[in-house]
Ligand binder design. Structure first.
Ligand code: URA
Length: 185
């Protein structure tokens, strides 16, 4: 049986796209392997590429603060990204990179088997809804995907650029905490 650990070890040698030539570390994902709630970010940045853990930089601080305010800890959830490798200079993910990397995330979702999936930002949202409206419209509106509830929220970096979004971001996490606590496994 494949476990997350085995999958992570396979992914650590991934050469499915050209990002393998520029990355330092594959940032596979972290958290509770049986989490009911699965957060999805965009791609590793410099800190993550160096340390190997998702959301280790400034966006991670915003995320940690929102989690703490909602009474959540990282180990209550599972966190991964659309891309496992850092795009040079943190540019946007390319379509072919997303397509190459997607099977890793699909397998993570299968193994963790969360009840609620939380795409953070447009790139993660579009994995579930190709023609989704922008995250500013889509956030907070849940929909079903293959039997799972998908609840899109802002990407934590958006809060760094626009502090007026912080209240909404935190409210969304309060909601996630409430759903999560009713789903303890
Ligand atoms: N760090 C991550 O791991 N993912 C992001 O999307 C942004 C920062």
């Amino acid at each position: 049986m494949t476990t997350l650990q085995k999958l992570a070890s396979q992914a650590s040698g991934c050469e499915l796209c050209a990002l393998s030539e520029t990355r330092n570390r594959v940032v596979f994902g972290s958290g509770n392997p049986r989490a009911a709630v699965f957060l999805i970010g965009e791609a590793p940045g410099r800190n993550e590429d160096e340390g190997g853990e998702p959301f280790a930089g400034q966006a991670g601080r915003v995320l940690n603060e929102a989690l703490a305010a909602a009474g959540l800890e990282r180990r209550d959830l599972y966190i991964a990204n659309v891309l496992k490798c850092r795009p040079p200079k943190n540019r946007n993910p390319k379509r072919e990179e997303i397509a190459s990397c997607r099977p890793w995330l699909e397998q993570q979702l299968t193994l963790v088997d969360p009840v609620v999936v939380v795409p953070m930002g447009n790139f993660a949202l579009r994995l579930f809804q190709k023609d989704a409206p922008p995250i500013s419209k889509a956030r907070g509106v849940p929909f079903d995907s293959k039997g799972r509830t998908v609840l899109p929220i802002f990407h934590p970096a958006a809060i760094l650029y626009n502090r007026s979004l912080e209240g909404t971001f935190r409210e969304d996490f309060a909601r996630i905490a409430k759903i999560g606590s009713s789903l303890q496994r």
